[in-house]
Design a protein around this ligand. Structure first.
Ligand code: SF4
Length: 554
């Protein structure tokens, strides 16, 4: 409002600048509840309280600051109480929806598991998690229905097998994504496994990195297929050959989705394998020290990178954290083909790996046990998880391939899936997630069968999987914006004056050669019931109208 002319101008009130809450600029005093909680007590300390107190006294004894904050550093979130529909509103907070059971995330760095580890996860699920298990699009496995009373035993079993839930969630370095075919793929530029191992051994659980502004997501892959989604991680190291120095990694920072999506940017530097952990550590420290802590929705490194730009970020990394200049390097070639590793492929040693598609990540503990047994029967001891919620069995002799693929198909895990089965992905959704607005997992599983029936006549005309990513809310855990058809859960009109569960559609997103965010098309909102109709219409229109070789994302 413009003040009347005769009003004396009010002197501007001088407000004390709180900046963005960056520690390196002197803003050490916590500026919100999350920051206060982390300062009050290092979140990693909660493990002792779980083992010594909460596991004995039960759910009701848990301090709310531990329950809704620090538990996450050990992979634990309360899950949504069953039967509560709808979303968080101004009067309903996530804690109003919580159950006394937990989701437990088991971190699987690089997606690398032995068959023995897979069996242990499966058995823990059978005994303590009502046989639930979801493979996530960050190569983890999530279990549900976990009781705090069982956590000491669960940790004993998981850790006894070399597995961990340390920093699987929380404001800390999360699982390090890696190529599921590291060390075995014929087209590999460089095997990143030693770097991932060094990072997890040295820095996961390191208290100097356990209070970051928010989560920190890493991807390190030497595959030319960019199979660890480097475009959308906080830090990515992408295999590339330097003309003088040979194979190493291109360093990218600042990617991420959620409500403010950004693609990672290159810093223009080449990093040799034995320096990856040091450079990774430097970038995490920049995030810790310069990351924005005042507002939680600006506390990801992508906002700092967007404000600084690549040049300044690289300079700070070199001058303040590494104490040396990095080598300039070339950009990796952008891949074009599939990167999900589904199917049967030969390894460099002459054996084969079998990549199978899970139905939107939903498996079970029993299924994981059976996969471990099937793999061992053919002489394999290694399995992998992928960022498309798939499983790979490595080291399969040629004469065992057919038997194994048949056995896995019997478990619902297909190595030759239809384009629809191959392309559908889903987040946790309303079944267990307190932030969800709509159901996603069962909807996705139903959608796969529905599309296989509806589109059976044109299956052969689709060369690549059409990706359909179902998300229960705007947080985009299943990568809404980089799918051919990205579905974001919300309440939508049903045409009869009612608001019902449904999705806002984002069309034409992609990664690699199609890197870009799907367009939110005004009016493209579908009820959950209508998703099959909608996808069918869209795919048939695409096939009718596409020009030579035109991909869906174009
Ligand atoms: Fe939960 Fe939303 Fe993430 Fe889905 S996208 S898992 S509903 S926070």
């Amino acid at each position: 409002m413009v003040p009347p002319a005769e009003s004396p101008a009010r002197p501007a009130r001088k407000r004390k600048s709180r900046g963005e809450g960056q520690w390196a600029l002197g803003h050490r005093e916590p500026l919100n509840g999350n920051e206060r909680s982390k300062k009050d007590d290092n979140p990693l300390n909660v493990r002792q309280r779980i083992e010594n107190i909460y596991a004995h006294r039960g759910f009701e004894s848990i301090d709310p600051a531990d329950l809704r904050g620090r538990f996450r550093w050990w992979g634990l979130y309360t899950q949504r109480a069953p039967g509560i529909p709808g979303a968080r509103t101004s009067t309903i907070e996530p804690e109003d929806l919580e159950d006394s059971y937990f989701m437990l995330r088991v971190r699987i760095d690089g997606g690398a598991l032995t068959t023995e580890q897979l069996r242990v996860i499966g058995e823990v699920s059978q005994t303590y998690a009502r046989d639930t298990a979801d493979i996530t699009d960050r190569q983890n496995v999530q279990l549900h229905w976990i009781r705090v009373e069982d956590m000491p035993t669960i940790w004993q079993k998981l850790e006894g097998a070399g597995l961990s839930t340390t920093e699987a969630c929380g404001d800390c370095p999360r699982v390090v994504l890696g190529s599921p075919v590291a060390g075995i793929a014929a087209d590999e530029i460089i095997d990143a496994t030693p770097a991932i191992d060094e990072i997890t051994e040295k820095f996961i659980g390191d208290r100097s990195l356990s209070n970051l502004p928010r989560k920190f997501k890493s991807a390190i892959s030497g595959s030319p297929r960019w199979d660890a989604v480097p475009e959308i991680n906080d830090i990515s190291l992408v295999g590339v050959v330097h003309p003088e120095h040979g194979p190493g990694f291109d360093l990218w920072v600042g990617g991420g989705l959620s409500t403010n999506p950004k693609l990672a940017v290159r810093l223009g530097t080449w990093v040799p394998l034995d320096e990856v952990a040091e450079v990774w550590h430097g970038v995490v420290q920049i995030f810790r020290d310069y990351g924005y802590r005042r507002l939680r929705n600006r506390a990801r490194i992508k906002f700092l990178v967007a404000d600084w730009g690549a040049e300044k970020f690289r300079q700070v990394l070199e001058d303040e954290y590494l104490g040396r200049k990095l080598i300039d390097g070339p950009a990796p070639e952008t891949p074009t083909g599939q990167r999900d590793h589904v199917g049967v492929h030969q390894q460099v040693d002459g054996n084969y790996y079998v990549g199978v598609k899970s139905p939107a990540g939903r498996v079970s503990g029993s299924t994981l046990v059976e996969v471990a047994k099937a793999a061992e029967r053919v002489g394999s001891r290694r399995v992998r998880t992928t960022v498309e919620q798939n499983l790979l069995v490595l080291d399969v002799p040629e004469n065992e391939v057919d038997g194994l693929t048949g056995e896995l198909a019997g478990l619902g895990l297909h190595s030759d899936p239809s384009p629809w089965r191959r392309g559908v992905m889903a987040c946790t959704g309303i079944e267990f997630c307190k932030l969800a607005i709509v159901e996603t997992k069962q909807r996705s599983i139903d959608l796969i069968g529905d599309l296989e029936r509806r589109l059976a006549d044109i299956q052969g005309e689709i060369d690549n999987a059409v990706t359909v990513n179902l998300n229960g809310c705007p947080n985009a855990c299943a990568r809404t914006q980089v799918a051919d058809i990205g579905l974001k859960g919300q309440m939508v009109p049903d045409g009869n004056g009612n608001q019902v569960p449904g999705f806002q559609v984002h069309l034409g997103g992609g990664l690699a050669i199609d890197a870009g965010f799907g367009r939110k098309i005004r009016g493209h909102k579908v009820t959950s019931e209508e998703v099959g109709d909608y996808v069918e219409r869209l795919v048939r229109t695409y096939l009718d109208q596409r020009e030579d070789g035109e991909r869906f994302a174009q």
